[in-house]
Design a protein around this ligand. Sequence first.
Ligand code: SAM
Length: 241
Amino acid sequence: MNARDWDRLAAAYDSEVCDIFVRDRRNVIRRWLRARGLLRGRRTVLDLGCGIGSFFKLHGRHFGEKTGTDHSRRMLQIAARRCRAVPGCRWLQADARGLPPELRDRADLVVCSNVITFVSAAACHRAMRETVRGAKPGGWLLFILPALESHDQVVAVESGRPRAVRTSPAAIVRRDDRMQRFYTAEGARQLAARAGLRSISVRKVWYPWSDEGVTRPPRGAEVPWDWLLTARRPLRVRGGE
Ligand SMILES: C[S@@+](CC[C@H](N)C(=O)[O-])C[C@H]1O[C@@H](n2cnc3c(N)ncnc32)[C@H](O)[C@@H]1O
């Protein structure tokens, strides 16, 4: 999908796309931020592919300098409106595959949620590299990635057929009329390792079955989830970037 497609989706975004920051009812993301001390000390944060600004709307008041970027102008307009009560937000139109130089090496935390889902693996790796550049050396990165295991479970529940058996760490899946890259837990880990990140961890962020259109999930079935992939930019980069 290009920026125009996202512009078109922007107005209906609330109802059309699962907003993981709002849907994270078990507060996995908030607890991770708190445990790393990121909600204290007015840290600098960069949200790449910020969409309608949900991360800043929910958590922004704990941070200092805040920059949200997106390639969709419409998304940025809605984000600015939704976050008008959050002080210090700056919005910038930019492609996640090419970080504006002024945003390099600045952030204590870079957020990149449900953006590195490009069909092209090369585009995903490029966006990963750019995201890493936004963090200070030693800074944290927080990615949300669609989980392939969760998708397979939802399909199995809906179809009544057994779960798919996967041998590769990622797959292209059609969702909401969009082709998107989904990752296994190992695929998420590999993505971060290949970008040179350290302290890599992968956790589940659950969201309600109703977001998948399932009203009567089978008893005992695990609630659907996205991956919360977190990692640190190394303090020193071997051989330059
Ligand atoms: C699924 S939405 C996620 C929005 C937000 N990060 C969230 O989790 O609520 C994906 C967002 O990424 C943006 N996006 C997709 N490809 C992009 C690119 N190449 N450069 C910048 N933004 C992009 C879209 O415009 C959209 O706002």
